[in-house]
Design a protein around this ligand. Structure first.
Ligand code: BGC
Ligand code: CA
Length: 192
C-alpha cells in the first residue's frame, strides 16, 4: 500500500465524526425550533376566541328570536301583550335585562311605530318638568324627537310626565301622558 495515501479506515473515521457532528447540530436545531413552537402555542388562539364569541352571539340571537324578541339594527325589541303603568313596564324590562325603548333615530321610530299599538317609550320628565330624559339618563335630542303637534302638553295641567307612542298613524307620534295610566310597552336590549 502507498504510504502517502490516507488509509481507508482513517477516512471512514473522519466521515463518522463529521456525520455525528452534523446530527448533533440537527438535533440542537430541532430542539430549539420545537421549544419555540410550543412556546408560541401558549399565545391565545384569537381566531378560536372570535369563532366562539360569534357562535355565542348567534345562539343568543336564536334564543331571543324564538322568545318574542325582534332584532333591528343591533338591538332586540319586545312588545308586551299586557298593559301596565310606566314604572311597572320599566320594571318588567329591567327584570329581563333590558329597559324601556330609547329612540335615537327616525328609522328606529319607524321600526317601533309599525307595532301599531299605544305603548310606553323610555322617556320621562319626572325629575324636572319640561326636561325630557331617556331612561339611560341622556337628554332628549330635539333633532330626533317625534312629538305629535301640540305635544307634550301636560294636558289640562294634569302633569303628564311619561312618554308614549300614541298617534302611530303619523310620523310624529309621541304624546306625554300620566305615568300611572296603563299601556302596552316596548323593551329594548342592545347588543354589542
Ligand atoms: C290629548 C293628549 C293627552 C291625552 C290624555 C289626548 O286627547 O291629545 O295630549 O295626553 O288626551 O289621555
Ligand atoms: Ca299629552
Amino acid at each position: 500500500m502507498d504510504k502517502n495515501l490516507p488509509d481507508a479506515s482513517a477516512t471512514n473515521r473522519k466521515l463518522v465524526v463529521l456525520i455525528l457532528g452534523l446530527l448533533c447540530i440537527l438535533q440542537a436545531a430541532l430542539n430549539i425550533s420545537l421549544r419555540l413552537a410550543l412556546y408560541n402555542s401558549d399565545a391565545p388562539d384569537y381566531d378560536a376566541v372570535i369563532r366562539n364569541l360569534k357562535e355565542e352571539r348567534d345562539q343568543l340571537k336564536r334564543k331571543l328570536n324564538t322568545s318574542g324578541w325582534v332584532y333591528f339594527r343591533s338591538s332586540f325589541y319586545f312588545i308586551s301583550s299586557v298593559e301596565k303603568s310606566w314604572g311597572d313596564s320599566r320594571d318588567d324590562c329591567l327584570q329581563q335585562g333590558a329597559d324601556l325603548v330609547i329612540i335615537n333615530s327616525k328609522e328606529e321610530n319607524e321600526f317601533t311605530r309599525q307595532f301599531r299599538r299605544l305603548f310606553w317609550i323610555g322617556l320621562t320628565d319626572t325629575e324636572t318638568e319640561g326636561t325630557w330624559k331617556w331612561v339611560d339618563g341622556t337628554l332628549l335630542n330635539t333633532t330626533t324627537s317625534f312629538w305629535h303637534p301640540g305635544e307634550p302638553n301636560s294636558s289640562g295641567n294634569t302633569d303628564e310626565d311619561c312618554g308614549e307612542a300614541r298617534y302611530n298613524y303619523a310620523e310624529y307620534n309621541w304624546n306625554d301622558n300620566k305615568c300611572n295610566k296603563l299601556n302596552f310597552w316596548i323593551c329594548e336590549k342592545m347588543v354589542a
